[in-house]
Design a protein around this ligand. Sequence first.
Ligand code: SF4
Length: 490
Amino acid sequence: MSGVVCAPMHLEAAALRAPGVRVLHTGMGPRRAAESARRFTGTTPVLVAGIAGGVTDSVRPGDLVVATEIDGPDGPVPLRSAPLLAGALRRLGLTVHTGPVASAESLVDGTEREGYAARGALAVDMESAQFATVPGPLAVVRAIVDTPEHPLWRPGTVRRGLTGLRSLRAAAPALREWCEAAGRGEILRASPRSFCAGVDRAIEIVERALERYGAPVYVRRQIVHNIHVVRRLEDMGAVFVQEVDEVPAGATTVLAAHGVAPSVRQAAAAKDLRVIDATCPLVTKVHNEVRRYSSRGDTVLLIGHSDHEEVEGTVGEAPEQVVVVEDASAARHVRVRDPEKVAYAMQTTLAVDEAEEIASVLRERFPAMSAPRRDDICYATTNRQRAVRAVADSADLVLVVGSANSSNSKRLVEVARRQGPPAHLVDDVSEVDMRWLAGARRVGITAGASAPPHLVEELTRCLAGLGRTTVRDSQVADEDIRFTLPREVG
Ligand code: SF4
């Protein structure tokens, strides 16, 4: 069911009318708002939109405030879909703040604003609180007209009023998106999802290195492929570099989870760096295989993506003998020195079915080819792909939390799409396009092995705020793997 935009004043309703937007004029002030709110007895999504007063100078006339909470009869009421709505408004180029919106009995001016600001509010209106108990999804957007610096009833108030109304008009497409995205439904969460043992270990290594050796601790490349993880560690004192030649001599340096070529270790040794290796032990296993095969003279066919850091590091073990095979077509054409002396290995984060297809082409062409003793695609990649496949089977849409440079996250999107529903990769809720959610009753969620679990929780909360209030976890495997830490931080 599509939602309704409730506008207290005629002028606001006129500004918000746009194709596809159902606007209801609900009347100004608490009494008329309460009368209107009582009409919503079902699960119709309601979006209250209008102008308001700013109570701090952090908001300016014409800015939009998306309420994260409003006043309710028994205290603050959280509005959980706020980050999604704020993201859509920002994509329209509007200036958007998120925070509490308070409601007053009458217009607020002068020192009264300070009281609301002291409570943490960004804006104050006269109607939102009356809608706090509507049974369906609820959102509130207010365009700022007056602020402490630009109070009411001064020259310029009319101009600022028009600025606020213009912002509402510009916001209408995003409000329509919210109205179409909101509605009842469920969330299907794939499990296992999010951090794997190798990522947990790599992050803990940097945290412990900072504790033991003090900031700065240098990290070659992103410790794991996730921007949220990187930013958090930067805030703690980690300094991320591309190459070890950017690190001052003797400094503490962590090598990222994806592994490095021996030449990187040599460069670090030449600078006398205190090196702590966060390479995942399952990547190290692949390096060891490549060393073993190449030392006996084999050509090593490495199934993987040549631009990925893990592959770059693995190739570095024997650059003359390793040939990267990216797809089945490359597997059909690859040339080797001696077909009797061939082995293969794989990047750890590939799509299991695609990698197997490539391997079977190679096996057919090189029957004597040596294979890894155990699968190179790691347990975490395999489990997350099985889990997302199970969820995608019955979802209308799948959202994968992960960064664009995360190989295993991108593979989860591909695996989900192969099951049928549309699937999208998002770094966090701010990247979710609400148009994807229109008509999607069952939304599947997962996260790549490098994406923090709290991002999945945040996405779950936002979708619940849109009406997908039933949450089901679909567990396909238990994971209790832990890797030991290197002695430098153990
Ligand atoms: S995805 Fe697999 S190989 Fe990569 S860090 Fe995690 S456990 Fe290790």
